[in-house]
Ligand binder design. Structure first.
Ligand code: ZN
Ligand code: ZN
Length: 128
């Protein structure tokens, strides 16, 4: 295995240990063990891993992209209290339609949701 492959594997493993980290968070995590690693190296490898389909990139309109090692279909919610990005596994009810759905003249073939709200942990804390 070449140096690049080793680095990519280590970066992938770091994302798996973390929970929807941003590229900066992965960089900070890698730096603890590999102080010499460069920010550009981490960013480049995250890009390659996403392009290869090994990581899912979660693009957010209101923050840095996050990376998810779980490739199974699910949605996310960003908590307005703790700022964490939570997995939503429940199916989101959609209006039923006969045949293909068109939005803005485009044929819809899938969807992902990114919700904003308050996570279960924060709700429990508030209820105490
Ligand atoms: Zn929360
Ligand atoms: Zn996720």
């Amino acid at each position: 295995m070449g140096r690049n492959t080793v680095q990519r594997t280590l970066i992938y493993q770091a994302v798996c240990r973390m929970h929807h980290p941003t590229a900066d968070e992965v960089y900070a995590e890698m730096k603890k063990t590999y102080p010499d690693i460069g920010r550009a190296t981490v960013y480049r490898n995250l890009k390659v891993l996403s392009e290869e389909g090994k990581l899912r990139r979660i693009s957010l309109s209101d923050g840095a992209d996050r990376f998810d090692h779980c490739l199974e279909y699910h949605n996310h919610l960003t908590c307005s209290r703790c700022g964490e990005c939570k997995d939503i596994w429940e199916e989101v009810p959609l209006p039923k339609a006969e045949g293909p759905v068109y939005l803005g003249g485009c044929r819809v073939e899938g969807h992902t949701f990114h919700f904003h709200g308050v996570c279960a942990e924060c709700l429990a804390r508030e209820a105490e």
